[in-house]
Design a protein around this ligand. Sequence first.
Ligand SMILES: Nc1nc2c(c(=O)[nH]1)N[C@H]1C(S)=C(S)[C@@H](COP(=O)(O)O)O[C@H]1N2
Ligand SMILES: [Mo]
Length: 323
Amino acid sequence: MSFKKFFNEPSEHEVTDQKLYQQRRSFIKQSANMMGALSLSSIAASSLILPSAVRASQSCDADSSGKFRNITGDKPNSWSQITRYNNYYEFSTSKEAIVHLAQELTIKPWTITIDGEVERTLTLGIEDILSLIPQEERIYRLRCVEGWSMVIPWNGFSLCHLLKRVQPTSRAKYVEFISLLRPEEMIGQRIKSLDWPFRESLRMDEAMHPLTMIATGLYGKELPKQNGAPLRLVVPWKYAFKSIKAITHIRLSEHRPVSSWQKAVPSEYGFYANVNPEVRHPRWTQRRETRIGELSKRRTQMYNGYAEQVAHLYQGMDLEKNF
Ligand SMILES: Nc1nc2c(c(=O)[nH]1)N[C@H]1C(S)=C(S)[C@@H](COP(=O)(O)O)O[C@H]1N2
Ligand SMILES: [Mo]
């Protein structure tokens, strides 16, 4: 099956916004040319056969073009604030050291495999992903569990645009993300600060929510290595440790996976990790936060300011228990 057929088939009836559709057409034209030169050998031939329709519950129909550009109206932090103060235990536990140590990482070539409870296992190169899914800018809050926050202008796309392409089975209830394991380049992996590789997971409906994003860029430039290049997850209503960097593997499963921080300290890090000023971390309150670059503290908002978009996902749940 041709590359063109592969990417056109599902988009034609799923994309409702005419402009985005046109944009995508020209994207596909461009990338089809480009792909002629590029090798598709990394993609298993069987994975190229896509179903003509995707079940409604799993489709990415909430077309998000422009809708989530900056729903909180925040002013972004500077490039230097965002790229010089990072958490990335694969390199170091020191936030200021990451910018230097992460430059050792080789990010080309890079492939990502999506498997588990799917009809079609898919292995894609980062170039394939960039050319098949239109990228948009979204300014999102990032709230670390330690009490600091930033506002970050990401470039990327809703994760659901990628997930719908593997056609999740009816047993797919969770989505697990696994980071790169490469201790030769990731010197923090030579010590057991965590059980490597780093893992995170979401419930299926959280993963399919259009706010949930795969970031591939920052401020319109390539994503810096310290921020998770070439691709990382961004879930703006959850504490930032859920936003896993340097993803190489996505696995859909029936049973709830255990994520790295949950495994390391289950009493402090729950599966949900939704930003919630009412539920304290065992060692500190979550009521306030320090926006990097500001002197006085801000009040932390429920779901990090995204309650209108995501509160319905947790209706009826005891948030003290499901922290
Ligand atoms: N693979 C991986 N992803 C990770 C982490 C990590 O240690 N390893 N740290 C998390 C934490 S605790 C935070 S606060 C954010 C920081 O993202 P930033 O450096 O882009 O601001 O990345 C998250 N993603
Ligand atoms: Mo964090």
